[in-house]
Design a protein around this ligand. Structure first.
Ligand SMILES: Cc1cc2nc3c(=O)[nH]c(=O)nc-3n(C[C@H](O)[C@H](O)[C@H](O)COP(=O)(O)OP(=O)(O)OC[C@H]3O[C@@H](n4cnc5c(N)ncnc54)[C@H](O)[C@@H]3O)c2cc1C
Length: 412
């Protein structure tokens, strides 16, 4: 389909989560009144993932509060939901999606919104007491396991990424002893560079959690000698006993079902600047490795942020209805947040670990600061710790490709 999608056509959206749902809503908003089929391999209606490592895990929210929609709202939206069934393959030329149950969905356009799935530590996938956190079912299982633990149990986190640190915060809040094992010398340094990552590392310094860096985990042995979940083996040091283990070592884009499609898959579904992966086929959200022309950049990126999945979903609908020649380029400024150690970390833009950074600390002893990243004079990103309103002021600057001097003049 090189032409725009007709408003009475048919669309198959694969991936019934944030990007997929926002795309369906946006199609309707743009006047599309044809058929929309939303395919998801989870049995649940689309739900939100950020609360899974925050309010759901701490017990502050019941799980129902995480849902983005329900059966009735999907029906009102005119969406046929095929939940609990995996898409197995895509015929790009025919816009045909074949499902695990053998059924075949033909459409005028296909939206690929299959997100990402957990990276596993080999050999530990089915061990009792070892958890990951990506889905609502993961969160329910982990919360139940927290509930079952005695106070002051030993919770070991493997990986100190953003989500790992959120889980650590929740475990600590539940009165457990928390140890975080991280392979890098400074957690998050590959994303924000060492100077800023060191400041972020300080946020957990007085929390009571033990952060052990430059630690290479080699495997997990089963329970013995009172360690209910098992022993985490680390290179060159004694194994670490654990009553519960959470593995948080990142995700991989969910592209397995596209292997035979002929689409370009390189750390995600590669798209152009409109999100097209092929005629009539767009990719959105965590799975998309898109050409990003925002904030003065021209690079192929895959960004695992909630706001990016929303912006992509909305844009994908417009791209399909506008067609490859008339739709706008995707140029939104990425935005990410994380709540950990009682602080809100927010990141606007797309920093590189090689960028130069100006850090402006707020002298109140609370660890609050704003970091402005730049490449030469060109502003690339702004990161704030508990400076929500000031930080958002940088969004407009990033969108117009401003300089570091413009950003410093704005103040923090
Ligand atoms: C615990 C957690 C906390 C987070 N916290 C934050 C935060 O604080 N801030 C932030 O900015 N971002 C956060 N994120 C990231 C954010 O939630 C994601 O960027 C967002 O969910 C991406 O949405 P998506 O629709 O692209 O993909 P996903 O939400 O991954 O959804 C993809 C869906 O497709 C399904 N699927 C996969 N393969 C198939 C197939 N073959 N057939 C059918 N269905 C399939 C998947 O099961 C899934 O339901 C968090 C993520 C997690 C897991």
């Amino acid at each position: 389909m090189k032409e725009p999608l007709k408003v009475d056509g048919a669309v198959t959206i694969v991936g019934a989560s944030l990007a997929g749902l926002r795309c369906a809503e946006s199609l309707r908003h743009e006047g599309f009144h044809g058929s929309i089929t939303l395919v998801g391999d989870e049995i649940h209606a689309p739900y939100d993932r950020p609360p899974l490592s925050k309010q759901i895990l701490t017990g502050a929210w019941p799980t129902e509060k995480a849902f983005l929609t329900d059966d009735l709202k999907l029906e009102e939206l005119g969406v046929t939901a095929r939940l609990g069934v995996r898409a197995e393959s895509l015929d790009v030329d025919a816009h045909r999606v074949t499902l695990y149950d053998g059924s075949v969905l033909d459409a005028d356009a296909v939206v690929i919104a299959t997100g990402a799935s957990l990276r596993h530590l080999p050999g530990t996938e089915s061990m009792t007491g070892v958890f990951g956190l990506r889905t609502l079912d993961d969160a329910t299982a982990l919360r139940g396991a927290f509930d079952d633990l005695e106070p002051e149990s030993r919770v070991v986190l493997i990986g100190a990424g953003f989500i790992g640190q959120e889980v650590a915060t929740a475990a600590l809040g539940r009165g457990h002893k928390v140890t975080i094992l991280e392979s890098l010398e400074v957690p998050l340094s590959l994303i924000v560079g060492e100077p800023v990552a060191e400041l972020l590392m300080n946020l957990s310094a007085n929390s009571g959690a033990e952060l052990r860096t430059s630690v290479r985990v080699t495997g997990i042995d089963g329970p013995r000698d009172g360690a209910k979940a098992g022993w985490v083996n680390v290179e060159g040091a004694d194994p670490v006993p654990a009553d519960l283990i959470v593995v948080g070592i990142g995700v991989v884009p969910a592209t397995g079902w596209l292997e035979s499609s002929g689409l370009t898959i390189e750390n995600g579904v590669v798209t152009d600047e409109h999100l097209f992966a092929a005629p009539g086929i767009v990719a959105a959200g965590d799975v998309a490795r898109f050409r990003w022309l925002g904030a003065g950049h021209d690079e192929q990126v895959r960004i695992e942020h909630w706001q990016m999945a929303v912006d992509h979903g909305v844009h994908a609908a417009k791209a399909l209805l506008g067609g490859p020649h008339n739709s706008p380029v995707f140029d939104a400024v990425p935005y990410f947040w994380s709540d950990q150690w009682g602080k809100k970390i927010q990141l606007l833009g797309h920093p590189s670990a090689e960028d130069t950074v100006e850090v402006i600390e707020i002298p109140d002893g609370e660890g609050r600061f704003v970091a402005l990243f730049h490449e030469g004079s060109f502003l690339t990103a702004a990161l704030g710790v508990s400076r929500p309103r000031r930080l958002m002021a940088f969004r407009a600057l990033l969108a117009r490709g401003a300089t570091i001097d413009d950003a410093l003049a704005l103040g923090v």
